[in-house]
Design a protein around this ligand. Structure first.
Ligand SMILES: Nc1ncnc2c1ncn2[C@@H]1O[C@H](COP(=O)(O)OP(=O)(O)OP(=O)(O)O)[C@@H](O)[C@H]1O
Ligand SMILES: [Mg+2]
Length: 134
């Protein structure tokens, strides 16, 4: 059985790679097949990279999730960084406050089935994403 919860501290580029690999492995354990494990790993990579680039440190929490007849994977990316002042703008394709391409958040949302972002200035940011096994 899959572990209840996998927590990955995110402080560096190497941690992004680790979170990506753990997410991919958990996705396979949970029954994702085909391109799905890679798609999930890509979404994890984006939110983990945002932690490193915009908040310096934080964590990724991976778990299996059930809702009615659905089962899948949940990915939480949480940090206590500067927060996001305008979430609607941050979610726009092509918007970046730095030198990024501004595709990380909209890309991650598109790759997953459910996407929620909560952020408070000075307190941090929490992205919760889910994808269901089909
Ligand atoms: N964890 C975070 N903490 C603070 N700000 C964030 C965080 N994640 C995203 N943001 C803000 O939202 C903006 C959009 O994020 P997004 O990932 O889409 O683009 P990017 O990181 O700037 O560039 P890319 O992901 O294409 O390299 C960022 O430029 C940044 O201002
Ligand atoms: Mg990004």
């Amino acid at each position: 059985m899959a572990a209840a919860e996998i927590r990955v501290a995110i402080n560096s580029d190497q941690d992004i790679v680790g979170a990506r690999q753990k997410g991919r492995a958990l996705a396979i354990q949970l029954g994702f097949a085909g391109s799905d494990p890679t798609v999930i790993a890509a979404a994890i990579s984006e939110v983990a990279r945002n932690i490193v680039n915009h908040a310096k440190q934080g964590e990724i929490v991976l778990s299996g999730v059930h809702e009615g007849d659905l089962h899948g994977i949940q990915v939480i990316a949480a940090d206590q960084g500067p927060g996001i002042s305008d979430i609607e703008r941050a979610m726009q394709y092509g918007y970046s406050s730095s030198k990024g391409m501004g595709v990380g958040l909209p890309g991650a949302k598109w790759l997953m089935d459910e996407f929620d972002i909560q952020s408070q200035i000075g307190k941090g940011t929490r992205v919760t994403m889910r994808k269901w096994v089909h």
